[in-house]
Design a protein around this ligand. Structure first.
Ligand code: F0G
Length: 452
């Protein structure tokens, strides 16, 4: 059969509050045209993020009930530890409350707080919180994508790959300044694009030559492995767990936000092979997250993660997951909407500058499109352009991030219809100006008004 069905039935439902366009026009005005300020009950389809917004399975909910809340050595911890060991092969496992807590600990043990001055950390492309945590130590960050990775219009199977020559070049000139090398799978900043196994192996080889540790930002490790299985020569017949294991085996450490491929609403992991690093991070974990056997979480959260990290490896799940994102991308492309290509694993990124050619960048075409999608159909998306990145961006994008196991195909068909409708009336979308903003991370709280 050609139809790829959602490989689950729905046992518990959450109502969507249907709203009318006049209501949404008013809600938008009340929120000063900032979608972060809209209460989620006023959103019909929430594509703000795929992080922590997925649905848990009945087995995960069963795990929640089984959760043991003992302070030390709970069976929930041992179940969690054993699953993460089996999936990743790492010996040292530190539970944290989410990805950025893992990043903070990583930076503190591998760079040192306020000890980063003069240091530089390369990545294919840093996620915002990773970049912010590294820069908080005083160190610089650098993104080393290949030219095709930097070009949204180029179709290539592994646009998340690191530019090996650029890495060599950096390490040949500044080896002493590089505390570690990072790779983000899949690469969120450029549209959820995967990294090939071949590229991870090659980055490993360069790291070995310069004696540098390689750290994986593995939030979407299973989605990356699925792309490897589909697209990389010689990988089609390998089971997903084996590909995942090889990805981790090539690295010395990993930070994971379990809110993505851990299939949970809260949780994170920090992984190390080195005993000394793990011991140092373990001490800090107790200082700021919690005791070693629960970190920043409740026992029940560890149970849900233990189940989630196994369920995410199922091929029927990954086939449905990646196909539903690809389907959205396909239909939008067919309708003449320009998107970052190919479709990513967790999200579709619309080129807002192309969508609203009448709105100059200084009037925020991404904000205009995001507000337009909300007003037209109650869809919440996320501007990733001049509002979020200021002058650091060369792209005006709107991200439609797909929560895991949460929406059905008719929801996605509705999203497509709303986008097509918004496109038909794109010339009516106004540009925006900022009337109030905080000194940093302005996209969360800035207030806007339409430009007449
Ligand atoms: N690394 C990547 C690649 C991410 O996408 C995220 C989160 C993090 C690290 C941080 O994890 O949120 O658990 O602290 N990305 C979310 C998003 C927020 O919407 O893309 P966290």
């Amino acid at each position: 059969m050609k139809t790829i069905i959602e490989p689950f039935r729905i046992k518990s439902v959450e109502p969507i509050h249907l709203t009318t366009r006049p209501q949404r026009t008013e809600f938008l005005r009340e929120a000063h045209y900032n979608l972060f300020a809209i209460p989620s009950e006023r959103v019909m389809i929430d594509l703000l993020t795929d992080s922590g917004t997925g649905a848990m399975s009945s087995e995960q909910w069963a795990g929640i009930m089984r959760g043991d809340e003992s302070y030390a050595g709970a069976p929930s911890w041992f179940r969690f530890r054993d699953v993460i060991r089996r999936v990743t092969g790492f010996g040292h496992i530190l539970p944290t409350h989410q990805g950025r807590a893992s990043e903070r600990l990583l930076v503190e043990v591998m760079i040192g707080s306020n000890a980063g001055h003069g240091k530089i950390v390369p990545n294919n492309a840093h996620f915002d919180t990773t970049r912010a945590n590294i820069e908080h130590s005083g160190a610089e960050t650098i993104d080393l994508l290949t030219p095709e990775g930097r070009d949204p219009a180029t179709e290539a199977p592994f646009k998340g790959n690191m530019d090996l020559e650029a890495l060599e070049q950096l390490l040949s000139t500044r080896a002493d300044d590089v505390p570690f090398v990072m790779l983000t799978v899949t690469c969120n900043s450029i549209g959820g694009q995967p990294v090939s196994l071949d590229n991870i192996r090659a980055v490993r080889a360069v790291c070995d030559r310069f004696h540098k540790p390689l750290i994986l930002d593995a939030c979407r490790f299973a989605e990356n492995a699925w792309f490897i299985k589909q697209r990389e020569a010689g990988q089609a017949d390998r089971p997903i767990p084996e590909i995942v294991r090889e990805m981790f085996d090539l690295c010395d450490g990993a930070t994971i936000s379990a809110k993505k491929d851990g299939l949970v609403n809260i949780g994170g992991v920090l992984l190390f092979r080195d005993d000394a690093l793990a011991e140092k991070a373990g001490t800090l974990l107790i200082l700021t997250e919690g005791f070693a056997t629960y970190g920043g979480l409740a026992g029940r959260d560890l149970e849900a993660m233990a189940v989630g990290f196994q369920e995410v490896l199922r091929e029927d799940y990954l086939r449905y997951r990646i196909r539903s994102t690809e389907y959205l991308g396909e239909q939008l492309t067919k309708a003449g909407v320009s998107i970052v290509r190919p479709a990513g694993g967790h999200a579709i990124y619309i080129d807002a500058a192309d969508f609203c050619p009448h709105i100059p960048n200084k009037q925020f075409p991404g904000q205009a499109l995001a507000c337009g999608l909300y007003e037209t159909g109650g869809i919440r998306s996320c501007e990733i352009g001049s509002v979020m990145m200021g002058e650091h961006t060369h792209m005006e994008l709107v991200r439609l991030a797909i929560p895991r196991r949460t929406y059905t195909q008719s929801h996605i068909d509705y999203v497509i219809e709303v986008i097509i409708e918004t496109k038909a009336n794109a010339a009516d979308l106004p540009g925006y100006r900022i009337i109030e903003q905080p000194p940093s991370l302005r996209h969360f709280t800035a207030k806007f008004e339409p430009v007449a």
